[in-house]
Design a protein around this ligand. Structure first.
Ligand SMILES: Cc1cc2nc3c(=O)[nH]c(=O)nc-3n(C[C@H](O)[C@H](O)[C@H](O)COP(=O)(O)OP(=O)(O)OC[C@H]3O[C@@H](n4cnc5c(N)ncnc54)[C@H](O)[C@@H]3O)c2cc1C
Length: 480
């Protein structure tokens, strides 16, 4: 039931996954909800992120598989040379985007959410201003406000984007052309996924990484084994500890390469195109957060574990923030989970988020995934809480299903407490790693221990036995 003094019970600013889940859950729980969106419904994930990139990866992955004559001949299969149509691959991604965007919009409409297209901003406690697409400016009031404005690609200084020869993932997902030679700046998950797409489709790739090693955000053991297949075996030159200090669009694109530490000029590269994949920056400028005293941290909105916005160390009543704009594990499912949790708290049901159990995946061929603590974090925790850290490795080459698929390149590393057996984290590289990680994420969410987990029966022959083997190895090490 709506309170008479407010236009809405809840206004959500931003219709990405965070805003969508918050608005849907609130409306389905009986609140009178409006959602404000300045671009396309569905936000980054649906329009410029997860959805189109996974469509490109699905198509290019099939091209890679059919073109891998060695792999196919292992099954006795001799395929004709593979042909593909770039435009049709791009169309597949585009159609999927339209389909999912339309479904998401209909879901909100059916739930009774008022959709307002325009730019939202905070205009004081429980007040939201909106400049609609037709230029009309309105002031609305709501009992609660959720900010879910997401993020945009971060482009370092010195790099000029023209959207055609030098671009970010926003444009790359359209796959408008296939450059003969493309430089990818950054070897995080977005850079790696696009390197997977481009090399499968016949492009030569140079990866430029400013940090000391390639794939710096991944577990070092996983990086070691994954980079052999994902980088070294492919048409990729990977350069670390170097900076693309200046990039000028054109034909060719000019890249000035400098030493990351000394900033000394090394050389100039001339390539056909550059994809800048150097991280994401929060979309919080223009939200007029000053009107309620919110100070951001490099643009990220500070929140507590219930999604309340924090000002001077205290939660601000009726103002919530979720998703990439909060800078926590910037993933679609985090945003969605935060959106639901914010609404549960608005409804008076106390809920906190558990970031440790949120998995992350990179959809390369093969995939990489992780959940929970990194080895470094786990070592830190072991030192501060004075327990012995257990680490076991389970290999895909010992798994019947992986061997049957001729895809036995893979490793799972499991981190656990040797005193209680509690699972602390897992890192997987191998076939369907993105699906396999969910089992460990669920175990972490329930704070389960490896002794109990090792007793759970897994289907044979499946890749899930890689996880079962890790639990079994770990359970032997638990002090009883
Ligand atoms: C190439 C790529 C691949 C990715 N792949 C994956 C993946 O496989 N899995 C995964 O989990 N995550 C993936 N992500 C990350 C994922 O897209 C984001 O974590 C997710 O979209 C964040 O959701 P959000 O709701 O916080 O923000 P967003 O999706 O960014 O949505 C925010 C919305 O708010 C709108 N907005 C901003 N300011 C205003 C304003 N003032 N008024 C009104 N509206 C406003 C924006 O237009 C946008 O629509 C990927 C990202 C990229 C770029």
């Amino acid at each position: 039931m709506s309170e008479a003094t407010f236009d809405f019970d809840l206004i959500v600013i931003g219709a990405g996954y965070g805003g969508f889940d918050a608005a849907k859950h609130a409306a389905q729980s009986g609140l009178n909800v409006a959602i404000i969106e300045s671009r396309e419904m569905g936000g980054t994930c649906v329009n410029r992120g997860c959805v189109p990139s996974k469509a490109l990866l699905a198509a290019s992955g099939k091209v890679r598989e059919l073109a891998d004559l060695n792999h196919l001949s292992g099954f006795g299969i001799h395929a004709a040379p593979v042909r593909f149509e770039r435009q049709k691959i791009a169309d597949h991604a585009n159609k999927l985007v339209q389909n999912i965007r339309s479904n998401l919009t209909k879901t909100l409409e059916r739930a009774g959410v008022t959709i307002i297209l325009g730019e939202g901003r905070i205009e004081g406690p429980q007040k939201v201003g909106v400049r609609e697409l037709n230029g009309v400016d309105r002031l609305l009031s709501a009992k609660d406000v959720v900010i879910a404005t997401g993020s945009d690609p971060f482009v370092p200084p010195g790099i000029e984007i023209d959207g055609r020869t030098v671009f970010t993932s926003d444009q790359a997902v359209s796959l408008e052309w296939l450059p003969r030679w493309i430089a990818i700046i950054g070897s995080g998950y977005i850079g790696l996924e696009f390197a997977d797409v481009y090399t499968a489709l016949g492009c030569e790739v140079t990866v430029i990484e400013a940090l000391d090693k390639i794939m710096p955000t991944f577990d070092p053991d996983i990086t070691k084994i994954a980079s052999r297949k994902l980088i070294e075996s492919r048409d990729i030159e990977a350069r670390s500890a170097v900076l693309a200090s200046k990039i000028v669009p054109g034909s060719p694109v000019l890249i000035e390469i400098s030493d990351s530490k000394s900033r000394e000029f090394i050389e100039e590269l001339q390539v056909d195109a550059v994809l800048v994949a150097t991280g994401r920056t929060p979309s919080s400028k223009g939200l007029n957060l000053e009107s309620v005293g919110v100070e951001t941290n490099r643009g990220f909105i500070p929140i507590d574990e219930t999604m309340r916005v924090i000002v001077n160390g205290k939660p601000l009543p009726h103002l919530w923030a979720v998703g990439d704009v909060t800078g926590k594990l910037m993933l679609a499912h985090t945003a969605a989970a935060q959106g639901t949790i914010a609404v549960e708290n608005i409804l008076g049901n106390f809920h906190q988020i558990d970031y440790r159990s949120i998995p992350a995946a990179t959809f390369t061929h093969p995939e990489i995934s992780s959940v929970g603590l990194s080895e470094e974090e786990a070592k830190g925790l072991a030192a501060s809480e004075k327990f012995e850290l257990g680490i076991v490795r389970s290999y895909f080459k010992a798994n019947s299903k992986a061997l049957a698929e001729l895809e036995s390149d893979g490793l799972m590393k499991l981190l656990f407490r040797k005193d209680t057996g509690e699972v602390l984290g897992a890192h997987i590289y191998g076939l369907h790693a993105a699906d396999l990680i969910q089992e460990v994420a669920n175990a972490i969410a329930r704070r389960q221990n490896v002794i109990d987990l090792a007793k759970e029966v897994h289907t044979h022959p499946t890749l899930s036995e890689v996880v079962e083997m890790a639990y079994k190895q770990a359970s032997i090490q638990i002090k009883k």
